[in-house]
Design a protein around this ligand. Sequence first.
Ligand SMILES: [Zn+2]
Length: 401
Amino acid sequence: MAIGPASLLNRARNPASLIIQPMHPLLRYATDKQEESINLLEELIECESPSDSAASVARFVDLFIEKARDIAAPKVIKNKTRGPHLRLECKLPGRRKSGQILGLGHSDTVWPLGTLADMPFRREQGRLWGPGALDMKAGLVFFLTACRALRDLDIPVARKVVLLIVSDEEVGSETSRALTEAEAQKSDAVLVLEPGTGLTGKVKTARKGVGDYTIRVEGKASHAGVDFQSGASAIVELAHQIQRIASFTNLKRGITVNPGVVSGGTRTNVVAAAAQVEVDIRVAKIAQAEPLHRKFHALKPVDKRCHITVEGGLNRPPMERTPAIAALFKKARTLGRELGVDLEESSTGGGSDGNFTAALGIPTLDGLGAVGEGAHAIHESILESRIADRTALLALLLSKV
Ligand SMILES: [Zn+2]
């Protein structure tokens, strides 16, 4: 286990602390309960829950309620298009509660039903493998175990603790955004259970904002052989526009524009009447979104016979590293040292529901879930050796924030 700089300092000042310190009680607890955590994770992974199967997500929610019922009051929030969202109010020690801490997670995964047949839950090479293990079923397990630790060790918690598990994070959080924002507004801090960055599990203190655009070009069809000149190719026009929008990328400022999907035309012997491109955009700062939006809407056809329409905008605002987020990270880092962990921070181009809560000005710390690799990929897995300290860190945060 790594020894943090803080404990080194203490040793220099106070020779008595040269005595090897016993394991932190929360770390001890999480270590003792590790097999139970692994068994629960196995059950959660084996209950597949892709975003596009509302019935499967509902089954997952039922299972999770069953696992949490003794320590939390559940509320199922339904919607028309996706699986239900789940709000759990945790019953934790401590008399007078003031304020709220929001744990934020999602039940849905990117893995279609039946993935388990080729990619079953496995315990190998010091890791736990399976669809949704890292993103983010392990994070949900850790949060639940952290709450159990606080109860079993009778550690008082000053604030109300709510765990919100939404069902559509992987598909843009359309049905859950308002709910997430409403809970965040009531909260003093938000702890997001998305995986940490890399195999050291850095937490995330900044995320880019994410948006998308569709650019449609309408041209004029004609016979490519008989009447070529009377046609106006939507494809040739789109090619110009793609060059133009690609030039909006500014890596230094953290702005990326990715024309990801193109389509258009009907046959090789027809001058194309229609073509379109779907574009992903990322911005580091909210102030960058509006100027970029204006650039998209200012696109003009090179061939005046073509017509351009632009649709889209920002879906998730960026999570900017505000002083409040920096302060929350500093606190987490200090608490990590109590567990012998040297917590680091990172920024990422990927979005999460933490983007919404941070954009409201609520101190948000993201990437507090599992440590591993391969989210959304065939090698999705978490490190067994980091289950206990991540669980203990969540418990410490809940009791000390
Ligand atoms: Zn996720």
